[in-house]
Design a protein. Structure first.
Length: 322
């Protein structure tokens, strides 16, 4: 009887402790999209390993589930509650107001509330570096960009990419297409492949995909066509070894890990200087990245961090109006 009571008390204590653990709500496209959401998952898993605790998470399958999922996490006392993706901003604004004692964080958007940390990235800086690499790797002087959902954030990637391309080759031509205007644009590899093939047909020989799971189709099309592709968010070089020039790293994993370790209300900005964005160099693209390319990337990175190169931000500088 005594042991049963102690066991019951232990279970109660464990449940109470669990309530103070983080919750991650993924964006459309699924937890294992090999890109944006998966980076968030990896950050949560790193926290779990180091903290020795569990976390809650939820994959939404339609837009209507966002608020329901966030409120459910708040009712369970999860803390902090992390919304992955700009589309969760308006939902978080409502829910965070209703739960002022809980901590919330939003990735890729800004919610101005005292209990919310907003984490945004300088995607234009990482995209500049991969644009530079694309122009240097191109034999035709024509490169491509395939975006996911047509929103200012993805235009920010495109704008930085085009600046990097032109920095390396002012005469280069950039073809660009967006996949769609709804959340489905993040998980349509078939359409991604079609758009990439159309750009290859016009002479592009390197294509950068900033499109979540849709990019998988772009990378396959590049492999099939004997062309090069550039991944995004997570290091995707291993997906098609030999035809992945690089990946534009957006350290959503670092953002989720940092928020889980210590919530800081206000706006956190992660660029090259903060290690929030960069390019992926590993054994899978070692033969594609020349010494000269690496040297120029290193120089550009240093100049951006030092402020010698100012990469225009589509969302702030009225740049690259497409």
């Amino acid at each position: 009887m005594k042991h049963a009571v102690l066991a019951a008390l232990g279970l109660g204590f464990a449940a109470t402790m669990a309530l103070a653990e983080p919750a991650v709500i993924y964006d459309m496209g699924g937890k294992f999209d090999k890109s944006f959401n998966e980076a968030a998952y990896n950050g949560a898993e790193r926290w779990k390993k180091e903290a020795g605790k569990a976390y809650l998470d939820f994959e939404i399958s339609n837009e209507a589930q966002r608020e329901q999922a966030m409120r459910r996490m708040a009712d369970k006392g999860a803390n902090p509650i992390i919304g992955v993706g700009f589309a969760q901003g308006s939902t978080m604004e409502k829910v965070a107001k209703d739960f002022p004692k809980l901590q919330f964080a939003i990735i890729d958007s800004v919610v101005k509330l005292p209990n919310v940390e907003s984490v945004v990235f300088k995607e234009q800086e990482g995209s500049f570096l991969v644009g530079l690499m694309a122009a240097m790797a191109s034999k035709t002087g024509k490169v491509g960009f395939v975006g996911g959902m047509d929103i200012p954030l993805i235009r920010k990637f495109q704008c930085g990419y085009e600046q990097g391309v032109k920095h390396a080759n002012p005469k280069a031509e950039v073809f660009a297409n967006m996949t769609g205007t709804t959340g489905a644009a993040w998980s349509d590899p078939g359409r991604g492949g079609e758009l990439a093939k159309a750009q290859f047909a016009k002479g592009a020989d390197v294509v950068f995909a900033a499109a979540g799971g849709t990019g998988i189709g772009v990378y396959q099309a590049a492999k099939d066509s004997g062309k090069l592709a550039i991944g995004v968010d997570s290091n995707q070089n291993h997906l098609q070894p030999g035809t992945m020039l690089t990946s534009m790293l957006k350290r959503v994993d670092v953002a989720v890990y940092n928020v889980s370790m210590g919530h800081k209300p206000g706006v956190t900005v992660l660029g090259l200087k903060e290690g929030g964005v960069d390019v992926a160099l590993d054994e899978y693209n070692a033969k594609l990245v020349t010494a000269d390319m690496k040297k120029k990337v290193d120089a550009a990175r240093a100049d951006i961090v030092a402020g010698k190169i100012k990469v225009a931000d589509y969302m702030a500088d009225n740049a690259c109006r497409f």
